[in-house]
Design a protein around this ligand. Sequence first.
Ligand code: PBG
Length: 335
Amino acid sequence: MIPTPAPFPASRPRRLRRTLWIRDLVAETRLTPEDLIWPVFIREGEGEREPIPSLPGVVRHSIDSALEAINEAANFGIPCVSLFPYTEPSDKNAEATEAWNPDNLVCRATRAIKHHIPDIGVMVDVALDPYSSDGHDGIVRDGVIANDESLMALERMSLVLAESGADILGPSDMMDGRIGVIRRALERNDFQDVTIMSYAAKYASSFYGPFRDAVGASGALKGDKKTYQLDPANGDEAMREVAADLAEGADMIMVKPGMPYLDICTRVKTSFGVPTFAYQVSGEYAMIQAAANNGWIDGDRAALESLIAFKRAGCDGILTYFAPKIAEMIAREPL
Ligand code: PBG
């Protein structure tokens, strides 16, 4: 409860906004590079930095190039990256078997990063969509996403990721019961220190389009993801998902997308008091970049403003494609 301020002129709120130093002094939240997780797209090859047209400024890195970029990001204070592989169509099938190939691209990238840059955290998404010829996060049977069969695939996928050194698993598939299955598998296989950041409140959103281009899932996807991702109309349902995932063994919770769901971020943080993250997704990034590239907004300021909003809403951190750029800006000119 915020008490009513004294009436004007005893209270002149502008006194606290008069100069930069006083604004800094009374700022309620801060954004630092340590708040940011950087999503990185990985591809095969060497020396590759392949632009993604719908994500201006973002590239698909071959592993060697990713190591350079991630090393730079670590030097700017970014604590963690999240890896997403672009899978060649020839490596996809209906069972998404490449997802649990211990030598798949994302496992090799994880091993390389943990070897060369051991101090940065590596998070990997757990979902079948980069590997599925149907473009879905689970296995499709007769046009339906088969929940329990998908759980078995996600379990196998989680174990190869843990084996290759992933610090955080980010189940983004929204199958029922997946956190419990993954947590039990990790315990049974001596991976008790692997952290789970559950994409618990993940909405069926139109803001994922550029990401699906980036991982090569756009062409493959048949239909939409509304039978497993949340309806944007619902907030209480998201709270039930969060409660279930925490009970099943999640350590941290993610809300996704970010900016259209700030109310959900606040509800998760205030109701559960657990580490809460927002994913500023590809479509959100693309909107800001597109407007900036047209000269319609100041892209850097808009990006900063969008990120501080997550902190204000209660998030402990943000996954954002702006991470390296913002970390560099903050390093140059502390906020
Ligand atoms: C895959 C996944 C998606 C994103 C992260 N993991 C897309 C989807 O669910 O279709 C979206 C991230 C973004 O848009 O930046 N399960």
